[in-house]
Write a protein that binds this ligand. Structure first.
Ligand SMILES: [Zn+2]
Length: 441
């Protein structure tokens, strides 16, 4: 596992934080109106480097004398593109309104830079006659330094996951629990649930009422339910009559849901209303697909490569409440994002199409690689049973899940209600909550 995967969030360090930390133990936050202006970072020098077309700032942690400065560089064209004046930027919608039809990169030339507001702002004068002013804090938040951009992405784009195997789960280091009513009514708990979901991929919510619309309430606390061709909420329940019991209560092989969607639902919410009373059976199986993929990457790199590069046809054909459907999507089992990070795992025996549109010589090699993936997946899977009132929440792009078989008895029919949430909405809620929390402190 990489160091990056192990690192938890909450430790992110922006250019800001580092500057503040370096100025002694004083607990001062930049932008905090209660902190005196002398205790905030300020520009000790500003210049324009014509050879690189960049504005160079030297920034000290505070006005105290003798502190070392740090260097920040901002490309002229980026500064011009991001002018904050009302002609170029509409504050109400936080949007750039600068006219790009007439924008000329060659004309975005700096003719002078000046330090303003006692070092807390930068003024730039442009050859075209325009004038821009940038708050220092705003600039530091957008630092181009490699460590700073990485920290920004970790803090505000997508925090890093912590990958886990069965051993770690059994040691109690993975599965966190939250109370349903607290998630619903306390923003801080909502934030902690979302953070745990991003970090570990699976989180348990306890104490939900035993009615069929609690997944909806939870989803609406974050954003809104992601609808699929099976509807918005779906019921997992063996129907009366033997013909269905055989099918519905058999073991459910480990899989990810809906791999045949390009925009695959991101997160599962599974609410247990009635659990099987069998002494064994009806247990959830779950494994961290990203952990399995990383193991493959290190232990069987050729197989990893094959699973990451081979497009598999995933499909679903049938009819449900939305009418007839025929979904097909081609994607590898292990999807790597454009930023090089693991993005999505696809695995579903029933929904892997018999159409396998790859060259002949690839077929058997691919099957052997998949067999290896499935073997590690099962070794690293953990088993536990939900109780009535539990909502098991887990990432459908990262976790691979299944269920052991069970038998309903007279008077006890296992009853689960499920729904999906999309990661776009979860990340959005995370940022809104984090920003609100930062404002409070
Ligand atoms: Zn402007």
């Amino acid at each position: 596992m990489t160091e990056r995967c192990r690192r938890s969030f909450g430790t992110s360090e922006t250019a800001h934080n580092r500057l503040l930390r370096s100025k002694s133990d004083e607990a001062v936050r930049l932008g905090d109106p209660t902190s005196s202006s002398s205790s905030r970072p300020l520009i000790s020098g500003a210049s324009f480097d014509a050879s690189s077309s960049r504005v160079v700032l030297n920034v000290v942690p505070s006005a105290s004398p003798g502190l070392a400065s740090e260097r920040f560089e901002f490309p002229g064209v980026w500064l011009r593109d991001n002018c904050q004046c009302s002609e170029c930027f509409h504050r109400g919608s936080s949007s750039r309104v600068l006219n790009w039809e007439t924008f000329d990169v060659d004309r975005a030339r700096v003719i002078d830079v000046r330090v303003q507001e006692g070092g807390h702002a930068l003024e730039v004068l442009w050859e075209e006659g325009h004038r821009s002013v940038y708050e220092l804090q705003w600039l530091l938040d957008r630092s181009f330094r490699e460590g700073d951009t990485r920290e920004y992405l970790r803090e505000w784009y997508r925090p890093d996951p912590v990958l886990w195997g069965a051993e770690r789960f059994e040691a109690g280091e993975v599965l966190q629990e939250f109370r349903f009513q607290e998630v619903l009514h306390d923003d801080e708990v909502l934030l902690r649930w979302i953070e745990a979901l991003i970090r570990y991929g699976v989180v348990m919510i306890k104490g939900a009422p035993l009615t069929e619309h609690e997944c909806r309430r939870l989803a609406e606390r974050v954003g809104f339910i992601r609808k699929t061709h099976y509807g918005e909420e779906f019921i997992v329940k063996a129907k009366e009559g033997t013909s269905n019991v055989a099918y519905l209560s058999t073991p459910l092989q480990m899989h990810t849901d809906l791999p045949y969607y390009d925009y695959k639902p991101g997160c599962n919410l599974l609410h247990c209303l009635v659990q099987s009373t069998n002494t064994v059976g009806g247990e959830n199986l779950i494994a961290d697909g990203f952990y399995v993929a990383e193991r493959m990457r290190h232990e069987h790199p050729d197989d990893f490569q094959l699973l990451a590069e081979t497009l598999v046809n995933w499909s679903d054909l049938g009819e449900d409440e939305g009418g007839a459907f025929h979904s097909i999507y081609r994607a590898p089992m292990i999807c790597i994002g454009r930023d090089g990070r693991l993005e999505r795992i696809n695995h579903s025996v029933p929904q892997r199409d018999s159409h396998f549109s790859v060259p002949l010589e690839r077929v058997e090699r691919w099957y052997r690689a998949m067999q290896r993936f499935v073997a590690i997946l099962h070794r690293e899977a953990v088993k536990f049973r939900t109780s009535p009132g539990d909502i098991l929440t887990f990432s459908n792009v990262r976790m691979v899940h299944g269920r052991t078989g069970y038998t309903d008895t007279s008077g006890n029919t296992r009853h689960i209600v499920g729904a999906y949430l999309d990661w776009d909405e979860i990340y959005s809620r995370l940022r809104v909550l984090k920003a609100a929390e930062k404002k409070k402190h």
